[in-house]
Design a protein around this ligand. Structure first.
Ligand code: DWN
Ligand code: ZN
Length: 415
């Protein structure tokens, strides 16, 4: 029997309280499941429905595909495709070296979901002991090719024990845009507590729930993002495992992210920023179900506005091309009903995506030169989180009369 919106219920992945979906984005394919025409018949779909746990405040998916359907030897996202993100991770690594590593003898740094080594390379280049844990073989191979020590595995308590047995405990654990992908958050928290030294720290960042709610950036919700975190939910999820939230730092990456620092309870004082952030989240209503019911209405409104714009341009015979075959765009195209009649193709610089069709909507993905060779009238900015970098390099598109269609925080056509 196929499940409907009404029976989308389950148990909180963190605290086990009963939860139910407050909305459904409908039938969704794997966000990074770019495919060939002959694979369409076997395309996998699931129901993308988020829930909010009133007990621990965790925003989560009711249903998530099996991890090996999403992270495997053909994983389509290579972190190093954005120059700005390279700079961001260099700064992140340097901040860790300056703030945490001084005074530590032969420190050991472990990164979860280290992808192609975009952050660990800075530790490797300085001869710092490091280990990447990356389940997607193809991106891990890129890191290994650069000399970065990487194992291909999913992190959990058992793996933490194996790492301790082979390398000893970690001074620092890092993760960027990874923790929100792991359904067994309690298992990772327990593994982290085991792996960390008593004075170690776990620093990770992920898209921030407060930004997603404020900007109606619903495209952060897709199969890989089983959670969207807040300081409130992170503090509550890690406390039972002896890890305390001791710092938070907002980031501009991925449309608004938060960096969380956790440490063994009592090992260091919590910064005043933590209490401030928790108060801010209460004021925003992140701990109340009504906030998510309003978010649902905002999503519906955004969808209507975007489709109205695209339909109008289609009727006028304008050429619209998508910019950036992001994971996020899979939610947008499938939730809104965007077809190849609305968007001729999606331009993307990632070779593994090119020549394929976008998941579910089956819009062709083409190399970037096809965008520059004959500029469209409009470019739908699916990679809106990289807007600064993209607008800087696409001035010729605007000069040629091209216009951007953006949908975060509002649907707008901009020069
Ligand atoms: O959490 C995740 C984040 C970090 O990365 C993963 N679940 C998967 C992935 O999400 P995404 O695919 O939404 O990430 P991006 O960084 O928004 O993807 C950008 C896409 O756009 C890439 O396919 C590369 C492409 N691109 C491009 O064609 N031209 C990007 C830039 C900056 C460009 O100039
Ligand atoms: Zn809960």
């Amino acid at each position: 029997m196929s499940r409907t919106q009404h029976d989308l219920t389950g148990r909180c992945r963190v605290c086990d309280a009963p939860i139910s979906a407050f909305m459904s984005f409908g039938r969704m394919p794997i966000a990074n499941g770019f495919l060939a025409a002959e694979e369409i018949a076997n395309e996998y779909f699931f129901e993308l429905a988020p829930a909010f746990c009133s007990q621990c405040s965790m925003f989560q998916l009711i249903e998530q595909p099996q991890p090996d359907k999403m992270f495997h030897g053909q994983y389509a996202f290579y972190s190093s495709t954005s120059r700005y993100m390279q700079l961001h991770f260099e700064a992140f690594a340097k901040a860790v070296m300056a703030d945490v590593l001084p005074g530590r003898a032969d420190p050991f740094v472990v990164e979860l979901g280290s992808n192609d080594g975009i952050m660990l390379r800075h530790f490797y280049e300085r001869g710092i002991r490091h280990l990447g844990v990356e389940p997607s073989q193809n991106v891990a191979d890129v890191a290994r090719g650069r000399g970065i020590r990487t194992i291909s595995a999913f992190f959990n308590r058992k793996l933490a024990q194996d790492i301790v047995a082979e390398h000893g405990r970690a001074d620092v654990m890092l993760a960027a845009n990874v923790m929100c992908h792991i359904p067994d958050l309690p298992g990772v928290a327990a593994g982290a507590r085991h792996l960390l030294k008593p004075d170690g720290v776990f620093i990770f960042e992920d898209p921030y729930l407060g930004d997603m709610i404020a900007k109606t950036s619903y495209d952060q919700v897709y199969d890989e993002h089983v959670f969207i975190f807040s300081a409130t939910s992170i503090a509550r999820a890690f406390a039972p495992h002896g890890l305390e939230l001791v710092d938070v730092a907002p980031q501009i990456t991925h449309g608004g992210s938060m960096r969380y620092t956790l440490a063994p309870k009592g090992s260091r004082p919590a910064s005043a920023r933590v209490a401030e952030q928790l108060a801010k989240e209460r004021a925003q209503g992140l701990d109340r179900l009504e906030t998510y019911q309003r978010f649902k209405e905002n999503c519906e409104h955004s969808r209507a506005r975007l489709m109205q714009t695209l339909e109008q341009l289609r009727k006028q015979g304008r050429r619209v091309v998508g910019y950036g075959a992001t994971s996020k765009s899979t939610t947008v195209t499938n939730y809104c009903g965007i077809t190849p009649q609305h968007v001729e193709f999606i331009s993307d610089t990632t070779p593994i995506k090119q020549g394929k069709l976008s998941p579910g909507a089956h819009i062709p993905v083409r190399p970037y030169d096809e965008f520059t060779r004959a500029y469209p009238d409009y470019a739908l900015l699916f990679a809106w989180n990289h807007a600064a970098e993209i607008r800087e390099k696409e001035q010729a598109f605007l000069a040629a009369g091209g216009r951007w269609i953006v949908y975060v925080p509002d649907v707008k056509v901009v020069a």
